[in-house]
Design a protein around this ligand. Structure first.
Ligand code: OGA
Ligand code: ZN
Ligand code: ZN
Length: 412
């Protein structure tokens, strides 16, 4: 790090600036709590656009003037009610640099800019988050799992979720990181799944409805609405935007059979990547045609079974044997594609990769539908009723609720 002109906290720095009106504190719905303080700040002596911060936990961070000026949240730069930017992002010079940086008595960073003396104020927690020091939500699950999840599958009592925001937050963060959790003790009432999902965000409606019934029907338009075994799969890979989460609420399960089965699609993909890189390569680059159609709709979407991010990480799994409508490849590539496909299918069938759970009344299975495969063993309707209700919800609804819940819960 280059030499820094350190400034310790001092009073009223804006008094010297050509600024009309008092500076207002950073306006943001998030309180950006942090246990750490900025001990001192300064301007990098080599690059005068870089502001250096020294923190009470011994860390140092650097933030660029273009980022700070752009993110100014004063009333001249953001609408005071919507908090959205009103600042013209190319109106100030690309060379903009601080004339002065100081720490206010309340611990916030105050920057007075060259040229117009504009004043910007930033909360320490915001600066920590934006420099990657804390409050960074993991975008990606940390642990993949096989059969062993069966023993440590987390179950959250419905009553606790609705009564306690800390439990709600823990539940949602677990859905996001593990990809599969259960809720227990949910009301045994048709449609009540919607009440729980409404506490999170906006439900995803599909051609199957808002809340759909999963039980055998005559003249069915889905294998799900039979008593047959459903091999592991994700729902609706036929859509451009595959639903982020699926919730299945058990209203009765008195029939013989019908055990639920789950597998971690990311775990399977990573196993394939290490055991058979060529098969992984084929399945992550060769589009499959996925198709669902009934009397009133015809959804077709071409995309590989393993969808990768630009970093090479697995982003989502598109595997549903009932809706797999063939590889979209020249004839010469068909055989290797099907060979690779069979390897993935075989992985889904290994008992070590499967978790089995017999759902009981009042339970809700919550799963990440872009990662976790789900299915069920066949059941015998003549022995009793098996009735689930399902619904979909996007990832962004869960992420948004996590962030709004965290606003009021102190950081560790
Ligand atoms: C579904 C499904 C599983 C079950 O409706 O998408 O996979 O246990 N159901 O009936
Ligand atoms: Zn401003
Ligand atoms: Zn399904």
């Amino acid at each position: 790090m280059n030499e820094v002109e350190d400034k310790a906290p001092r009073e009223g720095p804006w008094a010297a600036a050509s600024f009309d009106g008092p500076p207002i504190s950073m306006s943001d719905h998030n309180s950006y709590n942090t246990p750490f303080r900025i001990l001192s700040t300064g301007i990098d002596s080599v690059d005068r656009q870089v502001v250096i911060l020294h923190w009470s936990d011994g860390k140092e961070s650097a933030v660029h003037s273009l980022m700070l000026r752009d993110q100014c949240s004063c009333r001249g730069c953001r609408h005071e009610e919507s908090l959205e930017r009103t600042l013209d992002q190319i109106a100030y010079q690309i060379d903009i640099a601080p004339r002065d940086v100081t720490i206010l008595p309340n611990g916030e960073l105050c920057v007075i800019w060259t040229v117009d003396g504009h004043v910007s104020i930033f909360k320490p927690g915001w600066l920590r988050a934006r420099s990657g020091l804390e409050n960074v939500a993991p975008e990606r699950p940390q642990n993949f799992w096989g059969q062993e999840l069966g023993e440590r599958l987390r179950r959250f009592p419905y009553a606790d979720i609705v009564a306690d925001d800390c439990v709600m937050l823990d539940w949602l963060e677990t859905i996001r990181s593990v990809g599969l959790v259960y809720v227990t003790g949910a009301p045994n009432a048709s449609g009540s799944l919607g009440d729980l999902i409404n506490r999170i965000g906006v439900i995803r409606k599909t051609n199957f409805g808002v809340i759909f019934d999963v039980e055998p029907v005559v003249g069915t338009n889905s294998n799900a609405y039979t008593a047959d075994e459903l091999p592991l799969h994700v729902d609706l890979p036929t859509r451009e935007y595959q639903p982020g989460y699926q919730f299945l609420h058990c209203l009765s399960n008195d029939a013989r059979g019908g055990v639920s089965v789950y597998g971690d699609g990311f775990f399977l993909a990573e196993r394939l990547r290490s055991e058979d890189p060529d098969a992984f390569d084929i399945l992550s680059t060769t589009p499959i045609q996925h198709r669902y159609h009934d009397k009133g709709c015809d959804y077709v979407y071409n995309i590989p079974l393993i969808v990768l991010r630009s970093t090479g990480e697995v982003a989502e799994i598109r595997y549903n044997p009932a809706l797999m409508n063939g590889f979209d490849v020249p004839v010469a590539e068909a055989r290797p594609a099907y060979v690779a496909y069979r390897k993935f299918v075989a992985l889904t069938r290994e008992p070590a990769n499967q978790v089995e759970v017999l759902m009981t009344v009042g339970e809700i299975a919550c799963m990440d539908n872009r990662r976790i495969l789900h299915g069920r063993r066949a059941f015998e309707p003549s022995t009793g009723r098996r009735h689930l209700q399902g619904a979909y919800l996007e990832h962004e609804e869960v992420s948004s609720r996590i962030l709004t819940l965290r606003r009021n819960i102190p950081v560790d």
